[in-house]
Design a binder for this molecule. Structure first.
Ligand code: SAH
Ligand code: MG
Length: 196
């Protein structure tokens, strides 16, 4: 699709951190294999991943939320260009405070890395019965495993937050998480089944 290539080129030019192909293909594959019908994406940027997801099947709906007004506006233009306005609900708001009443088969967290635990705790209530939460960038360019890779103070601080999220997932009593060395490391968390 020509439009997607243009969106990708725009993202590269403007240094907008859209998903890498490998990670995006992995999630697309999950959506198809698990018959996901509804996706909530936290962090639209300019709509690249939403478009990839929405294009997968005729009966999939993507809801996506973005805080930055310029990116939100650009994303809406891109959704129109791809004729996906009916399949993507685009919201301009802060995902930390926005309230969704609906439930989703897949929630994809791809926004501010320092807030991942907050997003997880908030949005776990919006999952359907077999719904999952997928998070991206858990290796953060290798720094989560080796903090000495950076000497930058604010990067170190951010990496420590991702390490905390990693720990939060690994020790979570309610959710079971699998990690995949795909792209920048992706996790899939699903509710543990309650045993009687
Ligand atoms: N999923 C996109 C990339 C998202 S980049 C893709 O692969 O195409 C992360 C985006 O999250 C940024 O555009 C940033 O503005 C947005 N973001 C960060 N904090 C947010 C918040 N609290 N609420 C909504 N969006 C947020
Ligand atoms: Mg990302």
């Amino acid at each position: 699709m020509d439009e997607l290539l243009k969106i990708k080129a725009f993202a590269n030019r403007e240094a907008i951190p859209i998903m890498q192909d490998e990670g995006c293909d992995f999630i697309c594959d999950y959506i198809l294999k698990n018959d996901v019908k509804t996706v909530l994406e936290i962090g639209t940027a300019i709509g690249y991943s939403s478009i990839r997801f929405a294009n997968l099947k005729h009966d999939i709906h993507v809801t996506t939320i973005e805080l930055d007004i310029e990116r939100y506006t650009k994303a809406n233009q891109n959704f129109k260009l791809c004729k996906l306005e009916d399949k993507i609900t685009s919201i301009h708001d802060d995902a930390l405070t926005h309230d969704f009443s609906e439930q989703f088969d897949l929630i994809f967290i791809d926004a501010a890395k320092a807030q991942y635990i907050k997003f997880f705790e908030k949005y776990k209530n919006n999952l359907t019965k077999n719904g999952v939460i997928i998070s991206d960038n858990l290796s953060f360019h290798g720094m989560v495993d080796d903090l000495t890779l950076t000497h930058n103070y604010s990067t170190k601080k951010l990496v420590k937050k991702i390490q905390k999220y990693d720990e939060f997932l690994k020790t979570n009593e309610e959710f079971e998480t699998e990690f995949f060395e795909i792209g920048d490391r992706i996790s899939i968390s699903r509710k543990k089944s309650v045993e009687n």
